[in-house]
Each structure stands twice: as structure tokens, then as C-alpha cells.
Design a protein around this ligand. Structure first.
Ligand SMILES: *Cc1c(COP(=O)(O)O)cnc(C)c1O
Length: 471
């Protein structure tokens, strides 16, 4: 068993290992090449009765666990959206684990609550979120969105559903078919049912058509339903389509419907003033979520949730068992009342470390670099006769596909699926796919914290090589 003395020794060794790991990460396969069952079958079926040496445990970590890990911090990780980390973030997380605090209320760690409040205050003006809003840090965008939609449900029902359950209220929720699956999940959990989630029609850029939204709301009202909330995506997961917040906001105001903005990924771009136009009209919205744990260099998990009506949120989630009654209640922020979980990690610490270490300008420079690499990549695709862009690239995401002469759409889908597999099985880069207007497309996301132009050039060369082998 580790003790005071051996903890110090092993911790020093681990830090060296961590630094080496980051230095050599490019030599590891980006997507784990592990086969199903391969990891579990190498490990004992039962836990040890007696403690083992840390040395032995760590050896197994290196030889068995590590090969089964996909390297999300590799600069050639271009899949999904990034789950970025960074040096200051890792150091912050080490301290969070060391303190091991459970930050459910102010009294269980005043600094955690107040630093969380400060992070919200720092981010609001930078991202052009209205000054009167407040916010908190949550674990994931899925949970924050759920909290927003339940708050909308309660506000709409005058808190009667919390109290007495559903009484045949037929609430309707709205988003586009491009919106993240967490919205579907939320309507299931909050009791409205997926049948009452209306998927609104989108335009050429895959953004919600406001007039279609209004028609849907009107017809639902005529049919006896109660429109409750709209979720607008600022940056859909597939292609970063941006729903028109301003026009949607007007409709939500007109029909007294909650507007939640899901900017889980693209929200980070609001750190750049030139992208504030993505959320023109934000003052008409009610809540907004984005994930520093995606593009803002803060390791998973760290979700920022901004809210206009703090009282509505707290009234929805408030609980007050005897053991949580404190004398400071009312003077401080007790974040257990701001969402689903009671227990809370000290997530503000790593975010604070990142912002102070990078500086706002450092964050902005890096984001602009990522977007310039994506622009370069999109140009390469555009100029190459074997490839095409399937939709106009946004921020640092490029959706494209290989095109072979005399192939029908079905054959092209197959060819592109083969291309993705060939790239990922090489271990040299990792990207995933999406469907854009029915077409199978590759999705190149250039956003890992330490990615540089040469990595993107190498990945592009790999893509061409694999394509040539298939054509
Ligand atoms: C990633 C993503 C989510 C889900 O984020 P989690 O933090 O994993 O719950 C929701 N919406 C959008 C648009 C996303 O890109």
C-alpha cells in the first residue's frame, strides 16, 4: 500500500512519465487498435485480496491499459470534437484530486464556490453574454441542457409538474434534426416524450428556418399543445450549422417560449470578438451552454452554463434536507441547487489555471491558428480533383469526401466509409464521419490544443495516400 513516503516517490516518477508521454504522444496510434475483449481478457477476473505494489499496478497500466486508449491529446486527433487538455489544466486537475473536495455547497469549500462564480464573471463579457445573466459550471452539456429544459418545463407549468407530476399537460419542444442527441435524451428524461420534440425544417446551411419554427408553434397551439422550449444550436455536431438566434429569439418572445442555446463546441469561438455575431440576439434567449472541455484547453469535464433567470433555475432544483441547512444560506451561492447532481467537483480550478496560463490573448491566438489550419485544409480539398467539400466549412471543421468518376451516391458512400477505416486503422490520424444531406462525409476537426500546421499537412498527405490506394 502506498504511504506518505512512497506516495512522494511514485508521484515524482509519474510526473516525469506524464511529461514524456506528451513529448512522445505522436508515436502512439491515435485511435486505439485494440479488439473487443482484448483488454479485459488480459486482466484477472477477481480483485486482489492483498494490496499489490504500485510498481506492478503501473506496469499493467503501461502494458495493458495504455494500448487500449485512444489518444485524444494527439495533434492528429481530428475525430468527433476534441476533448482538449493542456499543461495548466492537467496541473489544476492534479490539485483538484489532491484536495479531493466535494463542493456541493459554499460551506463545503467557499473558495470553490467563489472561484466558480468568478469564472462565470470573467467569461460573460468576453463571450458577449448579457451582464445580468449568471451561471455555473456543470459536468456536461447534456446535463446543463437537461437543467435548462426542466427549468423551462417548470416555469411554463408554474412549478406544478415538480409538485404534482404531469397532469395531461402536452408540452412541445423544438429543435432541428441536426441538433445534438442530448435534446432527445432530455425530453425523454423530463417526461415530455420524444414524440413531443418537434424537428424543425432547416435551410441549405442546415440551420433552422425561423418561419418553419413559427408555423410549427402556431399549429401546435391550434391543436391544444403548449409550446415550452426551443433549443437552438450554435454549431451543430455534424457540420457546425448555426441556427439564427435573433430571429428565433423574436419568435420565442412572441409565444413565451424558453430559448436555450446549445453552443457546446462552437461557444469557445465567442472568445473572439469577430465571432460574436454567431449569437446576435442572445439577450432574447434564456440559457446558454458551452464546453470548455471541448475546444478551450480544459480537460474533461467542464461545462459552462449561463442563465438569465437564476431564480427559475434554483426554484426548479432546490432541495433543503436538514443536513444541508446552513447559516450562510441566502448570502452565498450553493451550487447544488443549480442542476441535477448534489455532489460537485472543483472544476473551476483547472479553468482558472488555463485562463491565467494562456491569457485571453493566448487562447485567442490558438483558436485563430486552428481556424487558419482548417482554411488551409479546405483549400487543399477544394483544389484536389479527387475530393470535394460537401458543405461550406465553419470555424475549424471541414466536411469533405472523396469523389470517384462514374460512381453513384451509394458507391461513393461505401468508398468514403472505406477511406475513413483505412485512415483510422493506420494509427497515423483519426477522423470520424457524418451524413451531410444524405451523403457520407469525412469530418476533419483541427482543434487539439497543440496541433500545428505540419500535423495537418501530414494528415492531409495520409488522406491522399489512402485515397489513392482505393481509387
Ligand atoms: C458535444 C455536444 C454536446 C454534448 O456534450 P456533453 O458535454 O458530452 O454532454 C451537446 N451539444 C453539442 C452541439 C455538442 O457538440
Amino acid at each position: 500500500m502506498l504511504d506518505k513516503k512512497s506516495f512522494r516517490k511514485e508521484a515524482h516518477k509519474l510526473v516525469d512519465w506524464m511529461a514524456d508521454f506528451y513529448e512522445n504522444i505522436e508515436n502512439l496510434p491515435v485511435k486505439s487498435l485494440s479488439k473487443p475483449g482484448e483488454i479485459i481478457n488480459q486482466l484477472p477476473k477477481n480483485p486482489p485480496a492483498k494490496g499489490e505494489s504500485f510498481d506492478q499496478v503501473f506496469k499493467d497500466f503501461e502494458s495493458i491499459i495504455l494500448p487500449g486508449m485512444t489518444q485524444w491529446q494527439s495533434p492528429k486527433f481530428h475525430a468527433y470534437f476534441p476533448a482538449n487538455s493542456s499543461y495548466p489544466s492537467v496541473l489544476g486537475e492534479m490539485l483538484t484530486a489532491t484536495l479531493g473536495a466535494q463542493c456541493m455547497i459554499w460551506e463545503t469549500s467557499p473558495a470553490a464556490a467563489e472561484l466558480e462564480e468568478l469564472m462565470i464573471n470573467w467569461l460573460k463579457p468576453l463571450m458577449n453574454i448579457p451582464a445580468e445573466w449568471t451561471g455555473c459550471i456543470q459536468d456536461t452539456a447534456s446535463t446543463a441542457t437537461l437543467a435548462a429544459m426542466i427549468s423551462a418545463r417548470e416555469k411554463k407549468s408554474n412549478w406544478s409538474i415538480n409538485q404534482s407530476g404531469f397532469d395531461n399537460q402536452k408540452l412541445k419542444f423544438y429543435c432541428s434534426a441536426e441538433t445534438h442527441s442530448s435534446i432527445d435524451k432530455a425530453v425523454k428524461i423530463l417526461g415530455a416524450g420524444v414524440e413531443n420534440l418537434v424537428k424543425v425544417e432547416v435551410d441549405e446551411s442546415l440551420a433552422i428556418i425561423p418561419s418553419s419554427l413559427e408555423s410549427a408553434i402556431k399549429s401546435d397551439i391550434e391543436n391544444g399543445f403548449i409550446p415550452c422550449a426551443v433549443v437552438a444550436a450554435v454549431g451543430t455536431t455534424g457540420t457546425l450549422a448555426i441556427d439564427p438566434v435573433d430571429a428565433i429569439g423574436d419568435i420565442c418572445k412572441k409565444y413565451d417560449v424558453w430559448l436555450h442555446i446549445d453552443a457546446a463546441y462552437a461557444g469557445t469561438a465567442l472568445m473572439l470578438p469577430e465571432y460574436h455575431s454567431m449569437i446576435t440576439g442572445i439577450a432574447k434567449a434564456d440559457s446558454f451552454v458551452f464546453n470548455p472541455h471541448k475546444w478551450m484547453f480544459t480537460n474533461f469535464d467542464c461545462t459552462v452554463y449561463f442563465i438569465k433567470d437564476e431564480e427559475a433555475l434554483i426554484k426548479t432544483f432546490e432541495i433543503l434536507p436538514e443536513y444541508l441547512k446552513t447559516s450562510t444560506r441566502g448570502q452565498v451561492k450553493d451550487y447544488r441547487d443549480w442542476g441535477v447532481p448534489l455532489g460537485r467537483r472543483f472544476r473551476a480550478l483547472k479553468l482558472w489555471f488555463v485562463i491565467r496560463d494562456f491569457g485571453i490573448e493566448g487562447i485567442q491566438t490558438r483558436l485563430r491558428e486552428h481556424m487558419s489550419y482548417a482554411k488551409w485544409f479546405a483549400n487543399q480539398v477544394n483544389e484536389n480533383q479527387h475530393f470535394e467539400l460537401v458543405i461550406e466549412p465553419k470555424l475549424n471543421v471541414v466536411c469533405f469526401r472523396i469523389i470517384g468518376s462514374e460512381k453513384n451516391e451509394e458507391q461513393l458512400d461505401e468508398l468514403n466509409a472505406k477511406l475513413v477505416a483505412a485512415i483510422n486503422n493506420s494509427g497515423e490520424a483519426y477522423l470520424t464521419h457524418t451524413k451531410v444531406k444524405g451523403k457520407y462525409a469525412l469530418r476533419m476537426v483541427i482543434g487539439q490544443t497543440y496541433v500545428q500546421q505540419h500535423h495537418v499537412e501530414e494528415s492531409w498527405q495520409l488522406i491522399q495516400d489512402k485515397a489513392n490506394e482505393l481509387l
